[in-house]
Design a binder for this molecule. Structure first.
Ligand SMILES: [Zn+2]
Length: 244
């Protein structure tokens, strides 16, 4: 393989390494964001539980108020009971007292149920608080680890960029633009080896990128010339493996 195709293959390797480093950088940055979102979700769960607990407490308070008011009425009716002047009046007041008492028993049950619910929610919110603290510690770890890793990756990216600048020096802008265009279409894979099939001539040739058959003229030309030839099907820049 000639100087030009060698240089292009070197460039491809450098660009693929650079891509790989940049992907690792994105993953690192995402890891922090993902962990932050996880905590935000817990915080939002906690806030909604807290609102529910407050709602329960308010409801329990108002039931208690209702209960007290009804108790006062029972006390008043009791006074009326003692002062009643006829059996009929006595029976009427007694019915009212019993109705209020039945109401109160029902309200009390309701209040107990609400308070129990609020207690359960309180426990749940404590557990969420604990998880938030745990996840925050984890976030700190992820963050400091990511920072370290990002520093290393930055150095690697800078080195690769410098090597890339060096590698393109001998390549003409025209060739470079073909290389970059193909690279964009095939996510960094702009070069393809010519695969030679068959032990004896006439050989058949296949593009190692798209696996479509190639005109033998490409292989023949590349055996004697160091030039950019592209696959007629996929457009990748062709080369012959050194051992061929
Ligand atoms: Zn091809």
């Amino acid at each position: 393989m000639g100087t030009l195709l060698d240089a292009l293959r070197r460039l491809q390797t450098i660009e693929q390494d650079l891509d790989h480093v940049r992907r690792r950088m994105r993953i690192r940055k995402n890891a922090v964001a993902i962990q932050q979102r996880k905590i935000e979700q817990f915080e939002s769960d906690y806030a909604s539980l807290h609102a529910q607990i407050l709602g329960h407490r308010k409801e329990a308070d108002s039931l208690e108020l209702d209960l007290r008011e009804k108790e006062e009425r029972v006390t008043k009716y009791r006074g009326g009971l003692n002062a009643s002047r006829s059996n009929k009046e006595y029976a009427t007041i007694l019915t009212q007292i019993n109705t209020l008492r039945a109401d109160n028993a029902r309200i009390e049950d309701q209040a107990i149920k609400i308070i129990q619910d609020a207690d359960a929610l309180q426990e749940e919110s404590k557990e969420i608080r604990r998880q938030i603290e745990e996840q925050q510690k984890h976030l700190e770890n992820v963050r400091s680890h990511s920072e370290e890793e990002l520093l290393k990756l930055n150095v690697m990216a800078e080195e690769l960029s410098a090597r890339r600048a060096e590698a393109i020096k001998g390549i003409s802008p025209q060739t470079l633009s073909v290389f970059e265009r193909v690279s964009e279409s095939y996510s960094g894979e702009s070069m393809a080896p010519i695969e030679v099939h068959g032990r004896k001539p006439p050989h058949t040739y296949v593009c190692g990128g798209c696996f479509m058959s190639l005109n033998s003229e490409h292989a023949n030309a590349l055996r004697i010339r160091d030039e950019v030839r592209t696959c007629d099907n996929c457009g990748r820049i062709l080369y012959i493996e050194p051992q061929e």
